[in-house]
Write a new protein. Sequence first.
Length: 329
Amino acid sequence: MTDTSTPDAARILDIATGYMAAKQLFQASRIGLFAAVADGADTVTAIAERCGVSERIARLLADAMAAKALLVRTDGRYALADDAAAYLTGDAAAIDLAPFLTFLDEISYPHWLQFAHTVDTTQPGDLQMDDARWGTFMAGVMTYNRLHAQEFGRLVDLSGATNALDFGGLSAEFALSVMARNPQLHTTFVYAPGFEDGLAEAVQSAGVADRTTVEVGETATATPEGSYDAVFANHVIHRFSAEENAQIFRNLRAAAADGATLTVLDFFLDDDAEQRALDALHAGEYLVIDGTVVYPESEVRGWLSDAGWSVRDTIALPGSPRVLVATAV
């Protein structure tokens, strides 16, 4: 007699075998499978020839990607799903995520093999970085930041701002995405030493050098001056201690006009009935990679309130961090 009272284990197995899908995605990207399909290679034979792999490998990877709905398989022919076409097709993509997938495959995934050590010690693993690995690391992180910035520009409304402060971030893309939609916005960038050359290059490339000012200051201690109506603290807080973050928000409030908007983009642990998975998974990623912190949203809200900011919204960016949107009070 069948026992119908016991739930099946499918969800557990789906989580436990998730790395299999990830590794096959990484290799499909590496060999150019998605670009090949975009260019018309829609059969196993055509994919194998275009990508320089055996038909067995072409079938294995194409079917795995179809199983995960990145490809659509119909009568033995493959087509791209919309998201795969937008982000996995190389030069044809809106944002080519290949550098980020390479980072996950070559840097992040091997690092997770040290996660047992992290669980036992609460210490990050050993990155063992050289120049080549740092190049892979930064290319991947900055590519993922481009995706964050795209969603930030689309979903965070700063249309009325005219004088913005981009403080302590790692990428100018967030401010630039807002400036592209808001031609009257001037942005002052205050970034840590070492980022100014890349920042100047990004601003020049975006064609907004006449609407920007670049300053250098240590993020934990810098006290920017001005009366800004928009302040960006994006990808900042996970890199600093609770005490440093509390002071950063006090310093930013001192530089903001009453009623100014502050955005705090990062991953957060929440207290909702169902924790947003992307944030919780990145709590492990940040810790095992370099010991940085995904903070509880409630703690961050406490720092903001104490510094004179009132949170008015939380925006979950698709495939990206969340944004706390606060007002200077």
